[in-house]
Design a protein around this ligand. Sequence first.
Ligand SMILES: Cc1cc2nc3c(=O)[nH]c(=O)nc-3n(C[C@H](O)[C@H](O)[C@H](O)COP(=O)(O)OP(=O)(O)OC[C@H]3O[C@@H](n4cnc5c(N)ncnc54)[C@H](O)[C@@H]3O)c2cc1C
Ligand SMILES: *[C@@H]1O[C@H](CO)[C@@H](O)[C@H](O)[C@H]1NC(C)=O
Length: 375
Amino acid sequence: MSNNHKHVIIIGAGAVGASVSYFLSKKNPNLKITVVEKTGVAQAASGKSGGFLALDWSESTELGPLSSKSFRMHEELAEELNGESYGYRKVDTYAVTMGSAADGKKLGEISWLDTSKVERIQSMGSKKTTAQVHPYYFTNKLIDEAKNRGVEVLCGQGVKSLVWDSSTNELTGVILDNDTEIHGDAVVVCMGPWSSTLPMRSSKSPRGKLPIIAARAHSIVLKPNSEVPAQALFCSIQLNRNFYDPEIYPRPDSTVYICGETDDEPLPLSATKIQIKQSSIATLRQLAAAASPSHLEGADLVAAQACYLPTSKDGLPLIGEHPNSRGVYIATGHSCWGILNAPVTGLMLAELIDDGQITSVDSATVAAVNPKGRC
Ligand SMILES: Cc1cc2nc3c(=O)[nH]c(=O)nc-3n(C[C@H](O)[C@H](O)[C@H](O)COP(=O)(O)OP(=O)(O)OC[C@H]3O[C@@H](n4cnc5c(N)ncnc54)[C@H](O)[C@@H]3O)c2cc1C
Ligand SMILES: *[C@@H]1O[C@H](CO)[C@@H](O)[C@H](O)[C@H]1NC(C)=O
């Protein structure tokens, strides 16, 4: 069943590309593997996301088995790779509704919130079912481990096209932005929201694009005035007569990460060209201050950033071989769960590339995320 690939080129060093490089190099140490990254490791969503992990929040969808397996894989990775070094920890998670004129009862354990505004607190997960990583350090850890096993990581030039042998129709490599050609007999497209910018070759449309859409979201990192416990919050907050749903994740490095909703700002050519809207940052700061005047009002701003979610048209990630291009593998479209699902995606691709089939995930789930019929 083996594909007998000799040199695999992984395009993109976000959490997904990093995980593919980690699991593929672990599975087959004799394989030559090159990661090509246009900017730097984890410079896009994989460095700027929340890094929140949940065991069973996708249970009602086709992604259920995938997500629960990946949650367990995060637990195992944290043991093998010293998860503390990349901010892995288990957390308690709550849904919190805050209004302007609440009666302030029932704060329970969450003592760092504004008592006078809390209307409702509901548990969404415990230390058994929810956890977090710092996505930037997690992604870099996987890349460092892959490098230790001999994986080459090239940063600073993107892949602009794939190269085919015109007589045999076989994939022979990629061309970088600086026109350097790298020979390889398989590629893995892990370009996150940029995955649709790489021309594909398919029988249907010779220059077809992968069906991935990008949506921008802002986030901030604050240095709180005093220590905040390991409690992740999915909030609904009323501010100036508008309602917002920020997510607030205290981190073990004593910072607090807060992200907001998406907008429709078009995707720039590169992660280094992402624009930040100052009013979105200001709103996040106001929401943080409203939620926790004691800990977050006037807290130092450590980071103000934006990044893009990679979303497929049907909402499921694309994981598998391109239906019309042998040797072209796809691992993208993870939307808001790309950090959670990166480990299982890397394992699936490692099996598919090295063995020719995915065995660690049940066949119905493999079929649900297969690109066949979807691109
Ligand atoms: C605000 C926010 C909060 C989030 N919170 C969470 C969360 O709590 N938990 C969770 O599981 N997920 C979360 N996510 C989702 C998660 O961040 C993404 O799903 C995940 O980071 C996607 O990883 P990726 O590797 O596919 O893409 P990316 O991280 O976007 O990486 C793609 C890489 O490809 C590179 N690239 C682009 N073009 C080229 C080219 N031509 N050649 C070579 N390289 C190229 C880019 O430079 C980039 O480094 C969040 C996302 C956002 C936006
Ligand atoms: C092109 O970029 C690659 C990858 O960053 C680099 O290794 C190579 O030296 C560059 N080539 C030229 C001619 O600049």
